[in-house]
Structure formats: C-alpha cells, structure tokens
Design a binder for this molecule. Structure first.
Ligand SMILES: Nc1ncnc2c1ncn2[C@@H]1O[C@H](COP(=O)(O)OP(=O)(O)OP(=O)(O)O)[C@@H](O)[C@H]1O
Ligand SMILES: [K+]
Ligand SMILES: [Mg+2]
Length: 690
C-alpha cells in the first residue's frame, strides 16, 4: 500500500477528469452511481427549501458525498493503472528524437561495392517513407524500422529492450529486423524501411504503454453487459420497494433508495474491471512483452497448446557448419569446395557458415561465383547454383536432395545408403545434415557427402516445458528439419510432441487442426515463413530478433526474444482471468450480503418480523444505510492494490483454482460486509444525529 501512495496521489487529477459523464457512460455500473450522486446532491440542495430538518439534511449530504467518493475511487483505480505506463512512455519518447538519415537515391545490387558507391542524400528521419533504403554506419541511430538488406552489424537496442548487451543484425536470415531509435555500434548496414512515419514500433509501444490504444476485449464487454443488466434488475427492485413500504406510511426518501441501489449493484467489480485489464497489459510490458491487443492477453490465459519453432526458438538458431563428411571415399576438401560454391550467394546463417568453415579449413574459395543462384526456400528445403555450362550444385535436406538426384536415375543405391547413414548419424545427435550433390551434363548425378550443421539447445528449456505441462499446456515443436534431428532435439528439450519436415503450409494446417473444438493455440516464431502461422494462432508471439513480417503477423512481440517467455505470458493471462473472476465473485457475494445486512435494519421499524433478521444490531436505520454506503466505497480502495497486482497464480489445474477462489472470494465476500458495516456503524453512531 505504501508503494502505491505516490501513484494514488498522481492519479487523483485524472480521477476527477474522468468524472465527465461522456467518459463515465462507458462504465454503466459507475454511471448509475454518478447519476445517483448527482440526484442526491440535488435533493440535499433542495431540502432546506422544502422544510427538511437539520438531521435529515445532514444525512442526505453525507450520502451524496460518499456516492461521489465511490465514483472518484473507481476512476482512481483506472487512473493509477494507466499512470504506471506513463514513465515508460516518456523514456520511449526520448528514443524518437529526430535524426538525420542517409537515404540512398540510387542503389543497384547488394554487394559491398554497390553499398559504398550508392548515391545518397541526407534527410530527416521523419521524411522517410515505406520502401526507402538507408545506409546506417557505426555510431548512427537507425532512423526507422526496417529489414537489413545488406551487411551485418552489432546493434545497441537497450533503448527499447533495456538489455545492454549488443545484438547482431544481419541480412538474409531470421535476424534481419531493426528498430528505429536503436544504435549501430559497429560496421555498416543497408536497411529497407518497413514502417510509415508515426506508425513505427516505438510509436505503437508508446500508445500501448499509455493505454491510449487499449480497446476493451470481448470478455470485458460481455461482463460489462452482464453487470449492467444486473444493475437494471436492482433499479427495478429498489423502485418496487417504495410502494411496498408506502403501505405502511414509511416511504423511503429518494436518498435512501439511491443509497440502497448503489449498495446492491456490483460496484466493486464495476469500479475495478478496467484497472484489472490495464494492469494485466502492464505486467506484460514489465516483462518486456508488448501485447498489441488485450484479447491476446486473455487468450493467453486459456491456451492449451503451444507450437514452437525449433531453430532459433528451442535452439540458439545459428546453425553452423562444423564438418564436411565426404562419401564414397571422396575428398572432404572437394566436398567443402563444392558446398562453399553453392553457398557463396546464400545469405542465410547456414550458407554463410559453410563458406566460413571451408575458408577455415584452408580450402580455396573464390570471392564470387558466376552462376544463377537458386535461393533457399522452406518449400524446396534446398539451395544452390546453376552454372552456364549446365552443371548444377544443390545442398539441402536429405529427402529434398535425394529426390533431386533421383530425377537422373543413375545414382548407385549403395551411395544413397551411405549418405543416409551419415545423415541419420548427424540427426541422431540433434544436428542438421545438409546433403551436397552435383549434376553435370552428360554425367551421372553425384552425391558428394554431408555437411554437419550444429545447433545448441538453449539451457534450462526442459525445466520450463515441464512447468508448462503442470499448467496443462501441451508443447509441440514444429520444424523444417528431418524427423531424426527433430526427435533428438524434441527429446533433449522435453517437448510433448513434434512435427518434422513441416512446410509453412503444414504449420498453418497444424494450428487450424489444434484450434478445432475451440482450443486456443499459442505460437512463437521468428522467421518470415512463420508469419502465416503467427497470424493464425490465437496468441502469436514474435521474437524481436525476428523479421518484420513475423513481428507484423503476431499479436505480441517479445523484446528479449526468449520463447520460454510464453510461460510468463500464459501465467499473466491466467492471472488476469483469475483476478477478474475472483473480484466479480467477491463483488456479487458482497452485494448479496449487504442486502441481508441493511434491509432488516431499514425496515425493522415497519415490519417487526424483520427484526429477527437484524442480527447485526446496527445503531439506527440512518446509520445502517450510511455505513453500508461508506463500506461500499472503501471496499473499492481496499481492493485497488489487488486489482493492480493480480491474484497470485500458481500452476495448478483450473478446477482447483476455481474451487479455491469461490471459497476465498465468495465466502470472504459474504462475510466482509457484516464485519465492515458493523465497524463503520460503531463509528457513525458516535456522530450526533445518527
Ligand atoms: N541455406 C540452406 N540451404 C539449403 N538447405 C537448407 C538451408 N537452410 C536450411 N536448409 C534445409 O532446410 C530444412 C528446413 O529449414 P528451415 O530453416 O526452413 O526450417 P524451419 O521450418 O524454419 O524449422 P525450424 O523450426 O527448425 O526453424 C533444414 O532442415 C535444412 O535441411
Ligand atoms: K455495490
Ligand atoms: Mg526457422
């Protein structure tokens, strides 16, 4: 509570500003309270003119004051929740400072030479348009969001991620996206701008943490409608109480009827609902996750299946060539030379690492190759070059290259078996085998051997998957890699299931299949070919290191690019749903209890039979009513910390959480008013006139 005090003080002006009926209207329950407060104030003002006695005027003013406070407290909860993002927004704004960009006027090719001779001009970063190409050198701020189209650089992204260690951004692979406002530390890159001015990642982040772009989720809207309907029922109940009591010449005053109504409608949850949602988003931001929609946060709480990429998600993702394994008694150096030739124009990390390994081994590799490049694609799972003389080289997944050489029909089956054996051995170790083959005109297709690509499973990942299992979430690894490699990594990482040799279409199909029957699916990924799946998933978490396409397609971005963050995301989603459920239970239980607490006190004089129910022995009807209104208002303040912090979540089955919360918040909600109102009544009874 003490830590909250400055935030509450800071939120007060906002709480009063929110009193404007134009804003209150969005929250039907609190709007009813505000109308009630206004009516009671009018009555209090009119009473002296109508000859009311001093005691009843004081009573009406007291009710009016506490009704206004009830509304202010509700607004305060929202203002405090919103205020938490403001400081972060200010930090982010600082990164948006305008900088000069070096825009390329004419740029042809993607070579080093082209990049250094390109004609450029200096423009303000705000003038950059979608598709512009800029050169960013060491020490420069990156002027806008984009994809690296040439070069490699280390980048300081601490302005956005808060992480001080520089990260590597390079063209070609899945680590090509750069964010405006971050700084290049070394080298030089050419970047194609992918965002419109005013719609950059940082702009979106600012709107998000400020809560400006927050839209109410379907669940929230549904709950609001339910609460509004309940309130209308109580309006009718209270209106009918008047005539009933009227028979006995004890018609309650308007102030009493309004007080009763406010006590009975679900003001607690009505006041805190929006703050709970904002606080949930905020908790994600604190964990360096940006949720682009509140709906995604809620969905995270109900996720039953998690699909993950292998490379870059479960493993570190820089698959590097570590060995050239020639077959048929061939020379590993020749295999290395051919593999490197096929990789000279392959911008993927895998391709670059093959050239690096060949050079490391002292194999002569030319600087460029004069051939038609066949780029890698996730569909073909191969890449290579076609020379003018008809010679073709391919490297790629075993099944793909095998199909390619078999078009020729003259490959010895013993050789196929030998390659397969090597590939299986590598796969068994969790590595990725790349098979290298050549076809020359007039000669039989040759299988040269296998390149061993090594990748490392991120440490601690198995423990986190075990945690997910405890939460009831099934983990499935999807990879373009072969089944043996997939099985080895799946075992090491401890996932529940895996899909190997998956094309982007199959990833999408798998998600759709999992979603049948209303199951919610989360997916984490980083690559451009993950984009359709990220878009289809209910929760699509893109890694910040990934491509712009992936970040656009998902509905969350993890700034730390840590796929196991999904555990936190799910926990925060669950916590949001549990908190909302718990406070709704508490609110309604509370209102029911108030009914029994104050109705007998109010009508005991009129219907002596009700005296039996007057177990609380409240001081007087006036004191009972005022105490109930005061309690109703104070309960909101008392629960603000819980709404912001969230109900504690421990991984356990949903049914147990439900029973536990109904017990704690339902029973607690029933008991609290009896104690609270009694205590307040003791204080109120000391005031003369009550
Ligand atoms: N540069 C490349 N050239 C040729 N073949 C490649 C290249 N990179 C990968 N491959 C082959 O294509 C297969 C699929 O690779 P890809 O990177 O598309 O997998 P993915 O679908 O992204 O799966 P993952 O979940 O492992 O990231 C790899 O297993 C490998 O055999
Ligand atoms: K209430
Ligand atoms: Mg991939």
């Amino acid at each position: 509570m003490t830590a909250l005090t400055p935030q509450i003080v800071a939120g007060l002006p906002g709480a009063f500003r929110k009193l404007s009926p134009r804003q209150m209207w969005r929250n039907p329950v609190m709007f009813i309270v505000e109308v009630g407060a206004a009516l009671t104030t009018a009555v209090a003002l009119a009473q002296p003119l109508l000859g009311g006695d001093a005691a009843s005027i004081a009573f009406t003013w007291a009710i009016a004051a506490w009704l206004w406070l009830t509304v202010v407290f509700a607004n305060l909860a929202e203002a405090v929740a919103e205020g938490r993002g403001k400081a972060q927004a200010a930090t982010l704004r600082a990164t948006r400072t305008s900088t000069l960009a070096t825009r390329v006027v004419s740029y042809d090719g993607d070579s080093d030479a082209a990049a250094s001779t390109a004609r450029t001009e200096r423009v303000a970063s705000a003038e950059l348009r979608l598709g512009d190409v800029v050169v960013v050198a060491a020490g420069d701020l990156i002027p806008g969001d984009g994809d690296v189209v040439w070069g490699i650089a280390s980048v300081d992204e601490s302005a956005i991620t808060g992480e001080s260690a520089p990260v590597v951004r390079e063209s070609g692979g899945d680590r090509s996206a750069v964010t405006g406002g971050t700084r290049v530390l070394s080298d030089r890159i050419v970047v194609r701008i992918t965002s419109k001015p005013g719609e950059t990642f940082v702009d979106r982040m600012i709107r998000l943490v400020e809560g400006a772009s927050r839209q109410r989720t379907p669940n929230e809207i549904a709950l609001n409608i339910l609460l509004a309907s309940l309130s209308i029922v109580f309006v009718i109940v209270v209106l009918t109480l008047g005539p009933i009591a009227g028979y006995s010449n004890a018609t309650p005053t308007l102030a009493v009827m309004i007080a009763l109504l406010v006590c009975l409608i679900p003001t607690t949850i009505g006041a805190l609902l929006s703050a709970i949602g904002i606080a949930g988003m905020d908790r994600l931001v604190q964990r360096n996750v940006l949720a682009m929609s509140g709906r995604a946060v809620e969905a995270a709480g109900d996720v039953t299946t998690l699909l993950m990429d292998k490379t870059g998600t479960i493993t570190y993702g820089n698959r590097r060539a570590s060995e050239f394994l020639a077959v048929d008694g061939g020379d590993p150096a020749e295999l290395g030379r051919v593999a490197a030739l096929a990789s000279l124009s392959d911008p993927t990390p895998e391709g670059k690492s093959i050239v690096d390994l060949a050079r490391e081994r002292g194999i002569a590799v030319p600087a460029t190759v004069d051939a038609v490049v066949v780029p890698f694609s996730a569909q073909t799972r191969m890449s290579g070059v076609d020379f003018a003389d008809g010679t073709m080289i391919r490297k790629g997944a075993g099944s793909a290259v095998r199909a390619w050489v078999e078009q020729d029909g003259r490959v010895a089956s013993t050789l196929l078996a030998e390659v397969e054996e090597q590939a299986d051995r590598i796969g068994g170790l969790g590595g990725t085998p790349l098979v290298v083959a050549r076809r020359s005109p007039g000669a039989a297709a040759e299988l040269l051997g296998v390149v061993y690509l090594k990748d490392v499973v991120k440490p601690g990942i198995a423990e986190r998957f075990a945690e997910m299992r405890a939460m009831g979430i099934r983990t499935v690894m999807v990879t373009g890699d072969n089944p043996l490699t997939a099985a080895a990594i799946a075992k090491e990482a401890g996932v529940d299931d895996f899909l190997a040799e998956a094309t982007p279409e199959q990833k999408l199909e798998l998600i759709k299949k999992e979603q049948e029957g209303g199951r919610l699916v989360a997916m984490t990924g980083d690559g451009t070919n993950d984009a359709p799946a990220l878009a289809q998933a209910d929760v699509g978490v893109a890694m910040n290191t990934g491509t712009s396409a992936a970040k656009e397609a998902g509905n969350m971005v993890d700034l730390d690019s840590d796929p196991t963050k999904l555990i936190d995301i799910v926990a925060i989603g669950k916590q949001l749903l549990i908190t909302r459920g718990a406070l709704t239970t508490f609110s309604i239980a509370n209102d029911v209890a108030k009914y029994f607490a104050i109705i007998p006190a109010m009508f005991a004089a009129v219907f002596p039979g009700l005296g039996l129910l007057n177990i609380m022995q409240l001081h007087s009807p006036a004191s009972a009513i005022l105490s109930a209104v005061v309690f109703n208002a104070l309960v909101i303040v008392a629960l603000i910390p819980l709404a912001l912090r969230g109900v504690k979540y421990r991984p356990m089955p949903a049914s147990r959480i439900l029973t536990r919360n109904i017990l704690v918040y339902g029973l607690g909600g029933v008991i609290a008013p009896f104690i609270g109102i009694k205590l307040i009544d003791l204080v109120v009874s000391l005031i003369p006139g009550f």
